[in-house]
Design a binder for this molecule. Structure first.
Ligand code: 48N
Length: 314
């Protein structure tokens, strides 16, 4: 009978793995001298399937428990939301920042440039953000070109996810806003967090009833849910349906030179406790779209981070 091997708190009967030549993996004291042999005897440190689940469950549900009370929630991990998360997470490492992203794959529309072409155009001065991130680009004078949009998105994703105070919950949808009476302004209402569900659940409320959601409270919510779409422009549409916004402005036609400054300069607290940025703001304000240039997404995300800090410090 193989000796019981204790890994976590529960002793697990772990079958000792025997290499071809009968060499036992040394699991006695938790150190693993497992050779990396590509000559037919490649072996892994022996664990049980249950340890895989436990390693995930322990961390994910600890995260859910701990982030039920966050300092800032960012809805949407597209280029604007990620730029906000990066600037905010770096500038205020004391803040618990939680990103909620409906898709399995974060990044939103920033995996391609335009019309499925891969280079990403960024107008100056937003190239400075690329320099800060360490994203290489070709300088074309008034604008720069990143050779593949995924180079920007994968770089900012890795920078954001390496920040200890930033958590990303993808495949999770915000399906409502928490709204409380505004103690700072009696009689008014204030956004105080978000209502979330697994995205697959949020997409199936019509087929399965009573799948109640979860909540995450935060004094500031940054909404960067992009263009109107199945889940896009979420907060702008919710503000209308809850009576905090009279009507949607609805995004206007393409005019890059009007659109990009409008999104950056217009990024603001659109309702008490709710900052809106990125292309969602064009649906809220009725500003133009800019087409496949991403400088305004980066700069508006940074502006949103500064707005969030202003609110927290006010
Ligand atoms: O990339 P998007 O859609 O939005 P932005 O504002 O970060 O970037 C927009 C940009 O990609 C453009 O559209 C470019 C510049 N084109 C302009 C033009 O003229 O056409 O990211 C939004 C993210 C997505 O990943 C969604 O999955 C996510 O938000 N999302 C949500 N996540 C959680 N809960 C929701 N309710 C929700 N709705 C959307």
């Amino acid at each position: 009978m193989a000796p019981a091997v204790t890994f976590d708190s529960q002793p697990l009967e772990a079958p000792l793995l025997l290499g071809k030549n009968g060499v036992k993996g040394d699991v006695s004291n938790g150190t693993y001298d497992v050779k990396e042999d590509y000559n037919g005897d490649y072996r892994f440190a022996p664990i049980e399937e249950a340890q895989v689940s436990r390693a995930m469950i322990k961390r994910y549900f600890n995260l859910m428990y701990e982030r039920a009370i966050s300092d800032v929630v960012i809805i949407g991990a597209g280029s604007a939301g990620l730029s906000c998360a990066y600037h905010l997470g770096k500038t205020r490492p004391d803040l618990k920042i939680t990103i909620i992203e409906a898709s399995v794959a974060p990044g939103g529309g920033a995996w391609l440039g335009g019309q499925l072409m891969t280079p990403m155009v960024v107008r100056k001065p937003a190239d400075r953000f690329l320099q800060e991130l360490g994203v290489p680009f070709e300088d074309e004078g008034p604008f720069v070109v990143v050779k593949h949009a995924a180079l920007f998105t994968s770089t900012i994703l890795s920078r954001v996810l390496s920040l200890p105070n930033v958590a990303l919950m993808n495949a999770t949808a915000v399906e409502d806003l928490i709204v409380h009476p505004d103690v700072r302004n009696p009689g008014a209402q204030r956004v105080a967090g978000v209502v979330t569900n697994w995205t697959l659940v949020a997409l199936n409320h019509d087929t399965q009833s009573c799948m109640d959601p979860n909540v995450i409270t935060a004094p500031v919510v940054v909404s960067a849910t992009g263009h109107d779409g199945p889940m896009g422009a979420f907060s702008a549409k919710r503000l209308v349906s809850m009576g905090l916004l009279k009507e949607l402005g609805n995004m206007r036609g393409l005019d890059m030179n009007r659109a990009e400054p409008a999104i950056v300069n217009g990024t603001r607290e659109v309702a008490p406790g709710l900052v809106m940025t990125g292309m969602e703001l064009s649906e809220h304000d009725g500003s133009n779209r800019m087409g496949p240039t991403f400088g305004a997404m980066m700069a508006s995300g940074i502006k949103a981070a500064r707005e969030a800090i202003r609110i927290i410090e006010s």
